[in-house]
Design a protein around this ligand. Structure first.
Ligand code: ATP
Length: 239
């Protein structure tokens, strides 16, 4: 298999002023994988996402997308190269309708016919939302807004999708629904990096997992193996 690796982060470091937030972080997302990065509050998860998508400038290391060095490229350049992000806190345009939010996700695309087809495909993932395309995004529940944020990210037809804590603050049934959607997205050929504080959900969805502590990767293994590790159970699963 000579296909380039969808996403490879190598030796990435970043700091806010003099405060280091990431130290020599390396993670790889292989073709067809769901990979999760779990870590506590403040471990540096969001900083890693921001460093990958050009919102935080790394002080060392690089990011490769399908073999191409994309370190420091702006988010909109990255979208055009197939990387899409569902940011923490969703960042929807709450006064705009759900349909308008989704259309914004396709801003970088010019093939309107393909965008139209993707719109239908994306909406099919969220049948509970189809009837409410004309509703302002701000009028939806938290879980529904998360689904809209995922749908918007998919409208750029990404090959790599980064999700920053998509289940935070949601009720258990909604968390399960989001987890199911992530699995279904991955089956359509999108490579997924899921950043989560909710280790239980993340490890149940992912093929492989990394643990981030104080800005550094401290463990890496198959998700199922980490879920069975006594240390992980104690620190992240409340067992
Ligand atoms: P959370 O679950 O709260 O999102 P996280 O794992 O995503 O946590 P980060 O938000 O990446 O963690 O933060 C990592 C470290 O960097 C923390 O110590 C945080 O206080 C610090 N930090 C984050 N953003 C900034 C900023 N804009 N300026 C200064 N320090 C920051």
């Amino acid at each position: 298999n000579t296909e380039p690796v969808p996403l490879a982060v190598a030796g990435l470091s970043a700091s806010y002023g003099v405060v280091p937030a990431l130290r020599d972080v390396s993670i790889t997302l292989h073709s067809g994988e769901i990979v999760t990065l779990i870590g506590a509050n403040g471990a540096g998860k969001s900083t890693l996402i921001k460093a990958i998508c050009g919102l935080v400038r790394p002080s060392a290391g690089n990011v490769r997308l399908f073999g191409e060095d994309v370190t420091g490229l702006s988010p909109d350049r990255l979208v055009r190269k197939g990387l899409s992000v569902v940011p923490e806190g969703r960042r929807l345009f709450s006064e705009m309708t759900m349909r308008e939010n989704l259309e914004l996700g396709a801003f970088a695309r010019s093939d309107r016919a393909a965008v139209g087809r993707d719109f239908e495909r994306v909406i099919d993932l969220f049948p509970e939302l189809r009837e409410r395309l004309a509703t302002p995004a701000g009028a939806f529940s938290g879980g529904q807004q998360q689904m809209i944020a995922v749908a918007r990210a998919l409208m750029s037809a990404p090959r790599v999708l980064l999700l920053d804590e998509p289940t935070i603050g949601l009720a258990p049934a909604v968390v399960d629904r989001i987890a199911d959607i992530i699995t279904r997205i991955a089956r359509t050929g999108v490579n997924v990096l899921l950043v989560e504080q909710n280790a239980e959900t993340a490890l149940s969805v992912a093929d492989r997992a990394y643990i981030l502590e104080a800005g550094a990767i401290t463990a890496e293994d198959r998700a199922i193996t980490l879920a069975e590790s006594p240390e992980v159970q104690r620190a992240y699963l409340g067992i």
